[in-house]
Design a protein around this ligand. Sequence first.
Ligand code: C2E
Ligand code: MG
Ligand code: MG
Ligand code: MG
Length: 278
Amino acid sequence: RAKEKGRNNFQYYSAVLTKQASERLKIQVSLLQAIENKEFVVYYQPQIDIVQNKLLGMEALVRWKKEGEMISPAEFIPLAEESGLIVEIDRLVMDMAIAQFSQWCKAGLEPGTLSLNLAVKHLESDFFISMLRKKIKKYNFDTKRLELEVTESDLMKDTQKVIRDLHAIHALGIHIALDDFGTGYSSLSYLKKLPIDKLKIDQSFVRDIPDDEEDSAIVKAIIAMAKSLGLTTIAEGVETQSQREFLYANGCESIQGYFYSKPIPAKEMEAFMKSFNA
Ligand code: C2E
Ligand code: MG
Ligand code: MG
Ligand code: MG
């Protein structure tokens, strides 16, 4: 009986696995079609300089507009990374965001800086940097206005090439921010090797400040460490006035989160800029 049961279990699990595998394959195929049909939309989330109380810039966050429904990147970015399709998606996002942002600059809307999320996978080939150079030239883009966000955990898989490429990008005048900081166990000596300008404090540490003592201590330590390394800080996922006050009191220069605005479509971002800058 045990044997029979074992076999049934096996059949059950293999059926589940096959189902999962075919689900993933299905999503990958539809992602591929989505890339061909350009079914992606860029949303923008304001980043606020809380020292000067002005708009610092914005982060571009991709959405998949699938049959009228907006799908969050949390649902497809991991699969896109696994399959390498992320490179194509980021290219589309970069195209759309740089074009839109350039238009805002020309219109005199003072959009500040543009942050793009970059999968470190791009740096496996030389294609990315040459594409970046072309885009900058095409739009005559002021590179000081551009920032690339790389996640800490992604960078841990570093190679000499990744470090070299980040230096090359930095040499173009582009800023580099370490996203989801605090979740990837990087050491101080490691940080010193990289051309990083900014630490983005991960929202998991921000959520329970100021009530949670441990998280409060971590956030303070990150800000202090950033200062000693000459880096600026931005906290992500800020939703409340008390979080904002805690961050301000402890020397965090900028914040991003629902407290100011959710990620919003370009039209709404334009309205936000107009009212915030007024
Ligand atoms: P991330 O870069 O760390 O972006 C922050 C995420 O937190 C965003 O989720 C944003 O919508 C969400 N968020 C912002 N403020 C708040 C808040 O106050 N409260 C809460 N609860 N959440 C907040 P989103 O847009 O779903 O993006 C998820 C992740 O997907 C991003 O994390 C980023 O790693 C990745 N991603 C998004 N767009 C792109 C892209 O164009 N390329 C690449 N490679 N990755 C992207
Ligand atoms: Mg980001
Ligand atoms: Mg983040
Ligand atoms: Mg994140």
